[in-house]
Design a protein around this ligand. Structure first.
Ligand SMILES: [Zn+2]
Length: 356
């Protein structure tokens, strides 16, 4: 195991009496998160396995010490871990220079759940929970009570040309016969089949220490592409469900239990599942937690509220405070900061304003 300096927070906590972290977080033996891609030699099948460890516990810890939200219920945490693992698998499965954002818009107590993964596999996740999540709640009870829940996958290009919109695909949280899907993996398998015409097997699992996933996918029949739809071809569609090599390997993958996925190391999982197959491995990658929030972005957000609204908040509270739901960072703007936001820094002479 490589030794690593695990630092859950760059700044030391000035208030050590706050109960905000589980003791485990400071143990030096938390393994580094890892993602491995592999191919089945000579077969039209590829795979990816991800184990989020330090990246995942950091998401959980930041949520736990966010005093305005508090920690997630275990059921929500499990869903979020599965989303983070799935987001990492899907991001690494495409050639795309931009964020992959996996979102669930729920009609239950979990209103929105978001996992965002960058091309370098840095990731963040958050959820908005209103009301009580009952113990033992599954996907339908959390986000699909009235069968109105939706899952959206958005690809947001890093270098947009003017007017370019992010690509987004949306799938319901029910199957073809309106049956509520019990697992996120089923929802995403549906999505992959619809958007890419590619058979995909997904196994996802998460607990308070590990968020992990295994993806097995049939390779496209022709060409290369990504989630934006360039796989779509009649040859691909005709191949759905009929490739024997894919079906055999997907069946092997499906025998993996959540417990095995969470507890076993990657080498052991791949050996146990595919010992009769010739697996070609690629160099592993290292997903990590990172939040892309910044004072600049929050400034733009406040500007978009308009000056009157900002002044109203200032008059009421004395300053404007905006917290990042992903990382818990608090951004504060006092009267002077806020006035500066609405002063054009351009080449025009400053316009006198009556800031009360
Ligand atoms: Zn943030």
């Amino acid at each position: 195991m490589p030794s690593l300096a695990y630092s859950p927070d760059p700044t030391p906590d000035p208030t050590p009496d706050r109960t905000r972290l589980t003791p485990r977080a400071y143990l030096p033996d938390i393994p580094v998160s890892e993602l491995h891609k592999f191919l089945f030699d000579g077969l039209p099948v590829r795979g990816i396995i991800v184990r989020l460890t330090d990246a995942w516990t950091e998401v959980l810890q930041r949520r736990q010490r966010n005093t305005s939200t508090g920690p997630w219920a275990p059921e929500v945490a499990e869903l979020m871990g599965q989303m983070a693992a799935a987001g990492a698998l899907m991001q690494s499965n495409i050639k795309f220079n931009g964020a992959l954002v996996l979102q669930i818009f729920g009609d239950g107590p979990v209103k929105v759940a978001v996992a965002e993964v960058q091309p370098d596999l840095s990731l963040r996740a958050t959820a908005k929970v209103v009301g009580e999540v009952l113990a033992g709640a599954r996907l339908p009870q959390m986000v699909n009570v009235g069968n109105q829940g939706r899952c959206a996958i958005t690809l947001d290009p890093r270098d947009k040309f003017p007017g370019q919109q992010p690509y987004q695909g949306v799938v319901p949280l029910h199957g073809d016969r309106m049956e509520k899907l019990e697992r996120l993996s089923e929802v995403l398998e549906h999505y992959m089949l619809q958007s890419e015409q590619l058979d995909t097997k997904l196994i996802l699992a998460a607990d308070e220490k590990v968020a992990a996933g295994l993806l097995i996918q049939r390779l496209p029949v022709e060409g290369e592409g990504n989630l934006a739809g360039s796989f779509v071809s009649s040859a691909n569609e005709d191949a759905i469900g009929v490739n024997e090599d894919y079906n055999r390997i997907a069946t092997l993958a499906a025998s993996l239990t959540a417990q095995e996925l969470l507890e076993l190391d990657v080498d052991t999982v791949l050996r146990r599942l595919f010992w009769e197959e010739k697996v070609l491995r690629f160099a592993p990658q290292t997903p990590r937690f990172a939040c892309s929030c910044s004072r600049d972005r929050v400034s733009s957000m406040i500007r978009s509220l308009g000056q009157q609204e900002a002044e109203d908040i200032l008059a009421e509270r004395g300053d404007i405070e905006v917290g990042c739901d992903f990382c818990g960072h608090q951004y504060r703007f006092d009267v002077v900061d806020a006035a500066r936001l609405f002063t054009s820094p351009g080449d025009q002479p400053p316009v006198p304003r009556a800031v009360q």
